[in-house]
Write a new protein. Structure first.
Length: 335
């Protein structure tokens, strides 16, 4: 990792992560925080279907909420599933992992989300079904305003915004939450528009996207570090984003904020399975780092290491408490 400018040392103070001694339903490691971390996570829950016939729980918001629960945050996931076997299985999996079902709506007619995943030469392609249950997250069924106002962070992506119904619900949540907003840009053709992305970025305190998405939004080819830095600077200036992260796959990540620019080198993954959900794993650690006031360089380093581990499993979620415990111990050892 290298910095073009050192962040103000007083701007962010690292909080240590303690080892858990009492097992919880999810069996994962807790981050020791000065106050409980209750992030609100909004968006799609679905199943990723792979070429070999297997499937795995997915959807960027669901993945982020799952990982945050693995680190023993108590995420409030706002989503919608179908009244079908897949939806019931998701409810069961959430219960086993100790996730709060308060924000999970059940649609009587529309199916639980489905995505077909194609893996070609290490690249991931998604075929996303239309008219899914998560396209109708209803505002009238959201948790009460006091619950929303009390959350510690609001995370959302952009896929669920393709539907006016779900977008109206998200608008209400953004208006009601008095917490930092972390927007995770996921440009999935044909389910995005520039206007919708601009709306999502306006008012966001933190934003994350990959290099291809930064190039798509600016027209600046993301083929070298100088071009990526230019694209990121344009996005940050245009939307007045305080903190912007651009992930670059095996090349690492770039972070920009008032403290300067930080480049994080990529983490080598020798036993790669797939990269599905790696970005969501990265986002989960970013959310945790925001809450714990980690500086940008620490967020990028820890997020990259966790995302690399997720590349060693099939799908985007891990039912392995030791995965979270191992990273927590590493974080403790750094303090």
């Amino acid at each position: 990792m290298h910095k073009l400018m050192d962040p103000d040392a007083d701007a962010a103070t690292e909080t240590s992560v303690a080892r858990a001694t009492d097992p919880e339903p999810a069996g994962a490691l807790a981050a020791s925080t000065p106050r409980p971390f209750r992030p609100l996570v909004f968006g799609e829950t679905l199943y990723d279907h792979f070429p070999d016939g297997t499937r795995a729980l997915g959807g960027a918001p669901f993945n982020v909420a799952w990982h945050l629960r693995g680190f023993k945050a108590t995420p409030l996931l706002i989503t919608r599933i179908g009244k079908d076997p897949q939806g019931r299985e998701i409810q069961d999996r959430m219960a086993e992992w100790g996730m709060d079902p308060l924000g999970v709506q059940v649609h009587p007619d529309r199916p639980t989300g489905k995505v077909t995943v194609e893996l070609e030469g290490g690249e991931v392609r998604f075929h996303i079904e239309a008219q899914q249950a998560y396209d109708e997250i209803e505002a009238r069924k959201l948790p009460d305003p006091d619950t929303v106002a009390a959350v510690g962070l609001l995370y959302h992506g952009t896929l669920a915004m393709r539907s006016p119904v779900s977008r109206d619900a998200l608008t209400l949540l953004r208006e009601g939450a008095a917490a930092p907003v972390l927007v995770d840009i996921n440009l999935r053709e044909p389910w995005w528009t520039r206007d919708a992305v601009a709306w999502a970025l306006e008012g966001a305190h933190w934003a994350k996207m990959n290099g291809h998405e930064a190039a798509s939004l600016t027209g600046v080819p993301a083929d070298n570090d100088e071009a990526i830095l230019e694209a990121a600077g344009r996005i940050r200036h245009r939307h007045r984003i305080r903190h912007l992260i651009v992930t670059l796959g095996s090349r690492g990540a770039l972070g920009l904020d008032s403290g300067g620019t930080v480049w994080q080198d990529g983490v080598e993954v020798e036993d790669m399975v797939d990269t599905v959900g790696a970005g969501d794993a990265f986002s989960a650690v970013v959310a945790l780092g925001i809450h714990l006031a980690w500086p940008m360089d620490l967020i990028l380093r820890r997020a990259a290491a966790f995302a690399a581990d997720v590349c060693r499993i099939r799908g985007a979620t891990a039912n392995d408490p030791d995965l979270y415990a191992r990273h927590g111990r590493n974080w403790n050892d750094e303090t």
